[in-house]
Design a protein around this ligand. Structure first.
Ligand code: NCD
Length: 328
């Protein structure tokens, strides 16, 4: 990026004048509850952070003096590390609470753990929990900003935002775009947040999965549903693949990984039914040879997977920036 462009971005990131608010709420709990103009403002702000992150000097001082606590009750690679990096790049003190080594493993409740952390006076608590509604519960009990980094099968708003940012960078807008979300929809908070966000922004969303991996109330989403990959992918612009979330399954919902790949795994043959030039996404972690073939995942001409990770840091910086605007 030319030096002159960077100079025009830096002052907006480092200005001392109070910038305009972006989010009405002091929390980010889900895509449900935020509006299309709020999404657009977050994506625009994230673009400036994406540019900053590609430069040599990646720091701003916007969150200097602020404390961010990452409280993760479930495994995470991308989400936790990108919130950590986002906080650090913006000058915050970042504490990663590893639940496995905390008192939670000794039986402490979510509320007691959160109350303990709260006594340390964080400004932002980023929480991932296996129960739907956990982030919302904490937002009602604590007086810091709460960001939902995934609650059960409910929502994962920053994942949907980073997916939208990645799509917008390649396709310009969401109008006239068909996005097929494929795989374990039933257990996926990523799917639920993406359905909400992409539909709100004007994209046509389709779900493609075997019956056993569709939520029983799937018609509630108001999107087209396919049980056949070729029919579901026909003519679509974006193919978003999801992992089989075995940890959330109570019984065997697919015959075997091999069988699943044969009917629902994305390979060249199935992808050939999508529009020419269709792009492939995956939130990670990927199970190669189960829901996606390696040669597609690694094909830089069709796969946006590593750009999704890059945009994850930019989106989380934008979210932290937006939340900090409402802080006293
Ligand atoms: C997703 C999650 O945790 O919901 N991962 C992520 O945040 N990138 C999807 C998954 O675990 O399959």
């Amino acid at each position: 990026m030319p030096e002159a462009d960077l100079l025009s971005i830096r002052p907006t990131l480092m200005t001392s004048a109070k910038p305009a608010p972006i989010l009405k709420s002091s929390h980010l709990l889900g895509i449900e509850g935020i509006s299309a103009p709020e999404v657009v403002a977050l994506l625009d702000l994230a673009e400036t952070y994406a540019t900053l992150n590609r430069g040599a000097e990646k720091k701003t001082a916007l969150l200097k003096g602020r404390t961010l606590i990452n409280l993760f009750f479930e495994a995470s690679t991308r989400t936790q590390s990108s919130f950590e990096l986002a906080g650090k790049r913006m000058g915050a003190d970042v504490l990663n609470m590893s639940v496995k080594t905390s008192s939670v493993s000794k039986g402490e409740t979510l509320i007691d753990t959160a109350a303990t952390l709260h006594a340390m006076r964080p400004d932002i608590l980023v929480v991932r929990h296996q129960d739907s509604g956990a982030a919302e519960l904490l937002s009602r009990k604590l007086d810091c900003s709460v960001v939902n980094a995934g609650d059960g099968q409910h929502e994962h708003p920053t994942q949907a935002l980073l997916d939208a940012l990645t799509i917008r960078r390649h396709r310009g807008s969401f109008e006239n775009l068909t996005v097929a979300i494929c795989g374990d929809i039933a257990h996926s908070r990523v799917a639920r947040s993406n359905i909400r966000l992409l539909s709100m922004m004007g994209a046509q969303v389709r779900l493609v999965a075997p019956r056993t991996l569709l939520p029983c109330d799937v018609e509630r989403f108001g999107v087209k549903v396919f049980t056949d990959m070729k029919a579901g992918l026909a003519g679509c612009d974006i193919v978003m693949m999801l992992r089989l979330q075995l940890e959330r399954m109570t019984g065997a919902l697919v015959p075997s990984a091999r069988e699943y790949f044969r009917f629902y795994g994305l390979d060249r043959e199935k992808l050939s039914y999508a529009k020419p030039g269709a792009l492939v996404m995956h939130p990670g972690p990927m199970n190669r040879g189960v829901e996606i073939a390696s040669d597609i995942a690694d094909d830089v001409d069709v796969s946006l997977i590593s750009e999704q990770v890059e945009m994850g840091v930019a989106i989380r910086m934008a979210v932290l920036d937006a939340l900090s605007r409402g802080m006293t």
